[in-house]
Design a protein around this ligand. Structure first.
Ligand SMILES: [Zn+2]
Length: 311
């Protein structure tokens, strides 16, 4: 008779995995924000893009997904989707960390929805970005090779707003205009008061603003969104938790107010842009220690430009 040591091994493995499972779901899985509404935290020490998704009666809606983390995110979605398919996909803006999963979802039958401005930005950008990713070789080749921008582009476009009726949930996709980039779009669940804002919000991280941005408009949008009194806000980057409310939006507004005031003072004192870029971080007080300090010079330049144009 042949013994089966693998039988014991498998049993041990199952017991081990059973103990591991709750830990894994807390670290890697879907975070429940409301009934059927979830967020997935980005990796890389929390700096990578967060995903928001809704499991509705009529299928799953996904907002923002990083292709390098596609497998984990799809797993997290499936773990709570109860067999429902991913049917709708939208992006906060055209950047690769947000849009490079679109074609993978579309190949499985999902419809990509996006503002006309997002479509305008994405069309020339996507093929170049995919080529770069292929060269870098960090992402599974089968996710990149032979893929066409047509699959990533929105199938249904809108000017200002489109409402998705998932039966159990309403999701309003709202084009808010130029802020971080010219094409920022949020997803708002009016019943649950949950807001997915993508890169309009970086939490406790220096945000990226540059020549594509309009920071003054960005701040108006932040204050407007805060006035809707969201129960939970999922930022593009940085930490979030159920019930975090409008506070992080107002914090971002205060960050920009602080930075603009300090830059204006230095500019009015006749200091050069280069000089201001070197000195600004030390002037940011409570915000100075935030990670992502690489974003500070670009934001400083953009503030300098906005301060130099009469608006
Ligand atoms: Zn981003």
């Amino acid at each position: 008779m042949i013994r089966q040591p693998w039988g014991w091994f498998s049993l041990l493995l199952v017991v081990f995995l059973a103990f591991l499972a709750p830990w894994a779901s807390a670290q890697d899985g879907a975070i429940k924000l409301a009934d059927g509404v979830y967020g997935i935290k980005g990796g890389r020490g929390g700096e990578a893009i967060n995903t928001g998704f809704v499991v509705g009666d009529r299928g799953v809606f996904v907002y923002s997904c990083e292709i390098g983390d596609y497998d984990r995110r799809v797993q997290a979605i499936q773990s709570v989707a109860g067999g429902k398919l991913i049917r709708f996909v939208a992006n906060g803006h055209y950047a690769g960390d947000d849009t490079l999963c679109n074609h993978l979802f579309a190949e499985q039958g999902a419809l990509v929805l996006g503002s006309k401005e997002l479509a305008r930005q994405l069309l020339p950008y996507w093929p170049k970005r995919m080529e770069e990713e292929l060269k870098q070789g960090k992402i599974k080749k089968e996710y990149l090779e032979g893929k066409k921008v047509e699959m990533a582009m929105p199938v249904i476009t809108f000017d200002d707003k489109i409402t998705l009726d998932l039966g159990s949930h309403l999701v309003e996709l709202i084009f808010v205009g130029k802020a971080h980039t010219p094409d920022n779009t949020i997803a708002w669940l009016p019943k649950e008061k949950v807001l997915f804002v993508n890169d309009l919000l970086f939490v406790e991280l220096h945000p990226t603003a540059d020549g594509r941005s309009d920071i003054a408009n960005w701040q108006r949008i932040l204050r407007q969104l805060a006035s809707w009194s969201p129960v939970t806000v999922v930022p593009g980057h940085g930490v979030f938790a159920p019930g975090n409310g409008a506070k992080p939006l107002l914090e971002m507004d205060r960050y920009f107010d602080t930075m603009r005031a300090r830059i204006k003072t230095m500019k009015d004192a006749g200091r050069s842009l280069d000089d201001i870029k070197k000195g600004i971080r030390a002037e940011l007080g409570e915000f100075a220690k935030w990670p992502r300090e690489r974003a500070i010079p670009g934001t400083t330049e953009q503030f300098y430009r906005e301060l130099s144009t009469s608006r």
